[in-house]
Design a protein around this ligand. Structure first.
Ligand code: C2E
Ligand code: MG
Ligand code: MG
Ligand code: MG
Length: 293
């Protein structure tokens, strides 16, 4: 490419662009190898109700490179989308999520870990046969479709709208629920909110940050909560990091919360311990302190 741009372009191309191209190539190679070697895992971030009780979780993809470094999904997912790997990675995420739901069910944890949200890339969602694949994976594990939530971003709504609506209705018919992730950050019309079968909106963490002190964010959050109430949509606030953010959201009718303030993403075992501790303390709430004798 640089050839046709002449001498200056060639000089400009090196060395920083060469380095970027090398890094990108290495990332692609590593990603393909990681897929083959199954070096991916899922972490789970709990979702809470207004009483701070766990009501479900979001599955978050983790890739630990051979050198031990954890690669952030925000860095490698766009690359996986570019090189056509996302459908394989995404399919693994779906299978692993359903396997985990089955396991929680078998161990009697389904009451507390009723729902699991899974991020679905637009590329994966628009793949022919996506809905059939979801149906198949749920059936293989004998998981109630109502326990699976598919998280889509607003970007999907911009694509070929009839195909998108049709797929969403097929998922709804299956019993799978749909939420809009990072709500408010995409450039899309709000018209889709009343047309499409949505269960909930996830308020992006950039709007949660600093409320109520940040007046602009507070106004945006209040508006989203008001609109969602009118449209009969549930809301999950993402990235809740402080008491102030949590209390403001709760006071304005937000029903579900996710964020470091309440719980970090962790392994399935960590989430289970947390849920079991919670159920145990709920069973014996009036446990008296040891009496002095
Ligand atoms: P997301 O779906 O919006 O997920 C929430 C992200 O916010 C996660 O980052 C989570 O660890 C982080 N987070 C949660 N609470 C807090 C908080 O209180 N403060 C801050 N600063 N961050 C918080 P993560 O795991 O790095 O994932 C980043 C993005 O990568 C996700 O954003 C999602 O878009 C994408 N992603 C993750 N897993 C998958 C997957 O399995 N498939 C696809 N297609 N995308 C995925
Ligand atoms: Mg998400
Ligand atoms: Mg999000
Ligand atoms: Mg995101």
């Amino acid at each position: 490419r640089a050839k046709t741009d002449g001498r200056d372009a060639i000089r400009f191309f090196r060395p920083s662009m060469q380095r970027a191209a090398d890094e990108r190539l290495r990332l692609e190679t590593d990603l393909r190898q990681a897929m083959e070697a199954r070096r991916f895992t899922l972490h789970y971030q709990p979702q809470f109700d207004a009483d701070r009780r766990v009501i479900g979780a979001e599955a978050l993809l983790r890739w630990q490179r051979e050198d031990g470094v954890y690669m952030p999904p925000a860095l490698f997912i766009p690359v996986a989308e570019d090189i056509g790997l996302i459908q394989y990675i995404g399919d693994w995420v779906l299978e692993e999520s359903c396997r985990q739901l089955r396991e929680w069910d078998d161990r009697g944890l389904s009451g507390r870990l009723a729902g699991l949200s899974v991020n679905i890339s637009p590329v994966q969602f628009l793949q022919p046969g996506f809905v059939d694949r979801v149906r198949e994976v749920l059936a293989e594990r004998d998981v109630d479709p109502a326990r699976l939530e598919v998280e889509l971003t607003e970007g999907v709504m911009l694509a070929d709208t009839e195909g998108v609506a049709e797929r969403m209705r097929a998922l709804q018919a299956l019993g799978v629920r749909i939420s809009i992730d990072d709500f408010g950050t995409g450039y899309s019309s709000l018209a889709y909110l009343k047309r499409l079968p949505l269960r909930r909106l996830k308020i992006d963490q950039s709007f949660v940050r600093g409320i109520p002190g940040d007046r602009n964010n507070a106004a945006i959050v209040e508006t989203i909560l008001g609109m969602a109430a009118h449209l009969d949509l549930e809301v999950v606030a993402e990235g809740v990091e402080t008491t102030a953010e949590f209390e403001f959201l709760r006071a304005h009718g937000c029903g579900a919360f996710q964020g470091y303030y309440l719980g970090q993403p962790g392994t399935a075992a960590e989430l289970e311990r947390r849920v079991q501790g919670q159920s145990a303390s709920a069973r014996q709430p009036a446990k008296a302190p040891p009496s002095p004798s």
